[in-house]
Design a protein around this ligand. Structure first.
Ligand SMILES: Cc1ncc(COP(=O)(O)O)c(C=O)c1O
Length: 352
């Protein structure tokens, strides 16, 4: 491993706070948020609610807690959630939906993160709310952008159709918007449009927006009151959390539009990787800041390549013997993209 990492493409979560964030944290007006009087947390929650056109918001430590608090607030034990098979809320939150909300997930295999509408219709048509044999299907979860689908954006017309189906069946829609800012910037969609298409929205300030920690859950007043109870149970009610919220306010105010730079660099990275004949990648599939690809013929596979790249100062993530991911963000510039491509070229396997 290198002594110094020069280009860290593992995730947009590695971003460091901006100087303005440090400044805001140092002068943040603080209170005790558990007692409800941290003015900086209150200001962040109010600003976010306005941006998404939601009645209320609650500040939580992580995206996982935002999603799980939403599940706990919306669901009763035995309820069913329809979610895309590769969704974060189902795959990467420690089984929280079952463990914390007591709910079961019905996984719908998706295409680029979208549960096919026909499959959703078919699934929902089989629901008999009055039938005591069946679970109570209560919620449809969508993820935008979709992490495992390589940062794919869920288009608004798709979300409208999901919304309409949910309305027909009296279901709530939860949007895991950990990277909703990327979707908004990539498509020019106002955040309030996304807010209008879901009953609840989670979003992360600590990913592309570069705050050190913190996420928000947004929705109707009564739901947010329930979510606050869930946050308390989960140990996520913090005291002088205004120090984090101060960075979050700077994130919302200054860090959204620049995500377009990350998207441009992700496309450049993908185009460069596509020139290597031992890498399988569709550059056209890169819509935001996540670049996923497969490798062929590298001795020892993707984990060995990950280590070799790290020795050249380029950090990536191997997901399997063949699959890898790289993410662009504030702390990687054009020079890091160039450096990464040089490192990949230098690792071209002899057989390729
Ligand atoms: C789509 C999605 N949802 C939720 C989360 C969870 O966020 P956190 O790591 O802050 O718990 C992530 C994290 O990468 C994510 O990609």
């Amino acid at each position: 491993m290198p002594t110094e990492t020069l280009a860290d493409f593992r995730s947009d979560t590695v971003t460091r706070p901006t100087p303005e964030m440090y400044e805001a944290m140092a002068r943040a007006e603080l209170g005790d948020d558990v007692l409800g009087d941290d003015p900086t947390v209150k200001a962040l929650e109010a600003e976010a609610a306005v941006r998404f056109g939601k009645e209320a918001a609650v500040f939580v430590p992580s995206g996982t807690m935002a999603n799980q608090a939403a599940m706990m607030a919306w669901l009763r034990p035995g309820d069913e959630v329809l979610c895309e098979a590769a969704s974060h809320v189902f795959n990467f939150e420690g089984g929280g939906m079952a463990r914390l909300a007591g709910a079961q997930a019905r996984q719908i295999p998706g295409v680029r993160g979208q549960m096919p509408i026909a499959l959703l219709e078919e699934t929902l048509a089989a629901i008999r709310p009055g039938n005591e044999h069946q679970p109570r299907t209560r919620l449809v979860a969508v993820e935008n952008t979709h992490n495992l689908a390589g940062g794919a954006v869920l288009a608004c017309d798709y979300l409208e159709r999901v919304r309409a189906l949910a309305d027909e069946r009296g279901l709530v829609v939860h949007l895991d918007g950990a990277r909703i800012f990327n979707a908004a910037v990539a498509t020019g969609t106002p955040l309030a449009r996304y807010g209008a298409l879901a009953d609840s929205v989670s979003c992360c300030l600590s990913k592309g927006l570069s705050a050190p920690a913190g996420s928000l859950l947004l929705g109707p007043v009564a739901f947010i009151a329930e979510a606050r109870r869930a946050r308390k149970v989960l140990g996520g009610a913090m005291r002088q959390s205004g120090i984090l919220a101060a960075a979050g306010r700077v994130a919302l105010a200054t860090m959204i539009e620049r995500l377009a730079d990350d998207h441009r660099r992700a496309r450049a990275l993908a185009a460069g990787l596509a020139e290597l004949d031992w890498i399988d990648i569709d550059p056209g599939a890169v819509e935001t800041n996540i670049v996923r690809f497969a490798i062929r013929g590298y001795p020892g596979g993707a984990h060995a390549l990950q280590a070799a790249l790290a020795a050249r100062g380029v950090r990536t993530i191997a997901f399997s013997p063949t699959r890898m991911r790289m993410v662009t963000h504030k702390d990687v510039g054009d020079e890091h993209v160039a450096m990464a491509l040089t490192a990949f070229r230098g690792e071209t396997p002899a057989a390729a």
